[in-house]
Design a protein around this ligand. Sequence first.
Ligand SMILES: Cc1cc2nc3c(=O)[nH]c(=O)nc-3n(C[C@H](O)[C@H](O)[C@H](O)COP(=O)(O)OP(=O)(O)OC[C@H]3O[C@@H](n4cnc5c(N)ncnc54)[C@H](O)[C@@H]3O)c2cc1C
Length: 409
Amino acid sequence: MRTDVRVCIIGGGALGCSIAYYLARMGCREVLLLEKTEIGAGSTSQAAGLVGRLRGSALMTDLMHLAVRNLKALREETGEDPDFHEVGSIRLALTAAREEELRRQVAFGKRHGLQIDFIGPAEARRLVPALEIAGVRVMTYIPDDGFVDPYLLTMAFAKGARRHGVQIRRGVAAEGILVEDGAVAGVVAGGEEIRAQWVVDAAGAWSEPVAAMAGIRVPQFPVRHQLWVTADLPGVRPDQPVVRIPDAYAYVRPEVRGLLIGFFEPSAVGLDPGTLRRDFEMRFLPTDDRVLATWAPPVGAQFPALLDAPIVRGCAGLPTFTPDGRFLLGEAPTVKRFVIASGCCAHGIMTAPAVGQLVAELILEGKPSLDLAPLSPGRFGPEYGDRSRLQAACEAVHNGYYALSPGYR
Ligand SMILES: Cc1cc2nc3c(=O)[nH]c(=O)nc-3n(C[C@H](O)[C@H](O)[C@H](O)COP(=O)(O)OP(=O)(O)OC[C@H]3O[C@@H](n4cnc5c(N)ncnc54)[C@H](O)[C@@H]3O)c2cc1C
């Protein structure tokens, strides 16, 4: 059997489904998306769904402006609700050095069109009654940040794409990549040859083994990232802002009347996708509850209710990290028309509404509306061909995520 399409997308997570949706929305209907298990079953289904506009570079801040604009248009466009809670976000500084970083962030954010400013204790308590202010030096507030439901967002893209004519095959894995004369020619899946002018690798933690089938290197490594959700707690409101406490490696958002707490703890470990069983599914990845036991108590200084809170569930997933903390987005350096969309460094949900549009523009118009050159998958030298070096560099990006940044200048 043989199928002919213009674009074959491998992976039905937030990124793959967004790319399918924007391709179709821009008029390209000959699109086939392959998903080896279920839509959203990868890291997407495990995510906290935070949407934060403040990013460390002008490119990523512009990308987030586009992402939020597209996110807000999605319900009207598709009739599907991604459940965006525009509740705002607060960031706390517990040290003098962090206070100085927050001052740079406010100046940087204002220069890049963000509504960001300092707020005082009374305003913070009004917004988050469960927050303890003692020990906090300063706080910033971005009113139009928030969080989204990652699964509903992904389903909105998938349903929207399908309505525009995209074919989605669930339970079908890409098993081979066809390359002819230095350009991609298609995909082998389910015993069938799928001829495609373009192939997009949006396979998340598996992007590297997928690209390897075409002899392409993807310099990324999946690192385990985890969160936990408490039972309902007194004083917690479903519409309270997200709170980031980088000095405690943590972010906290409401989950109805309980709290969701996630960590960029400084000791997370990578997991080589090559060691995973063929039938591995992300929901089977166990949480390491020692991370919660170690890192929740410092957060308890700001959220005392957390200290004795019953935990109702934990989630672990494998977001992909790159050695420099930037995404991998663009054509592979060695095989033409093979596009990599991965290495999102735990930001693939919030950025998906922009990444989908930008990849669709790259494929259909030859040039995305934002210059993605700094995210080129070919930017790394041969040094990261060494797997242990690649793993260590990617773990360092996760584990240093909430370290003090010299940036925002
Ligand atoms: C605990 C946790 C919290 C997070 N919080 C946030 C957050 O607040 N905000 C944010 O933006 N991001 C967050 N992330 C990161 C986010 O989950 C990822 O960046 C995002 O889900 C990546 O989406 P994806 O589509 O690239 O990958 P995935 O969702 O992993 O999708 C890849 C898909 O490809 C499929 N696949 C793999 N191999 C094949 C093959 N050979 N053939 C066909 N299909 C294949 C897989 O089955 C999978 O469904 C978090 C992650 C975790 C784990």
